[in-house]
Design a protein around this ligand. Sequence first.
Ligand SMILES: [Fe+2]
Length: 226
Amino acid sequence: MSQDWERIGTVNRERLGLFQQLHVYGDVIPLKHVIDMQQLENELAAFSDKWVQYNPEKTNNPRHGLSVTSLDGGMSGVPDLFSIYEWSKQTGRKVSERDFNVPTEAYRHCKSIHAIFEPFLPDVGRCRFVRFQPGGHFPPHRDGSVNYQIPDYFRILVPLNRTGHDRFHFVHDGRLVDYEPGRPYLFNALKTHSVVSFDSDVITLALSVALKQETVAKAVDLFKIY
Ligand SMILES: [Fe+2]
């Protein structure tokens, strides 16, 4: 199948312009609104039996997910916590990060995270809590786009409960990131990144936000230092 390179180039250039408006400020950018961890811990207690093994095919990787948004507002984890590639092959349905935009019960109940979402609504895409046990990890990777070279979303990671330097490492572009638990970090996910947990019940929150002029402007407003 021949590719429409002209169209692909136009889309990439438009996205790159927006992406650069964010990352000209840095690759890992702290945002305002530190999450109240005690409140979040109390809120998450209501979901203790709702965590889903993250990508169960990877049996040697102890991590569970709790969907904060999903395709249908449900919390089955299908397909958002499984292999979206496999699911697309089976169902013939193609989805993007931005399609996972229906808030779940976990979103409604966990009010402590709302301040991070509200500036970006309704443009928040796939978002989930991930809970790690020792050795649980995401190996080095880049979050790209299937059809284009520049994705149509940007990423925010919030290290939460039981994180900290001796417990949970966030590595970006080959460097260990110095982070503050509870604080959201907007990061350049086109550069390699990985996380690994050394402790039990470590929790993080990962968000995708649609890349649009409006959301870029809102993100810049949220920079901790401007
Ligand atoms: Fe990633």
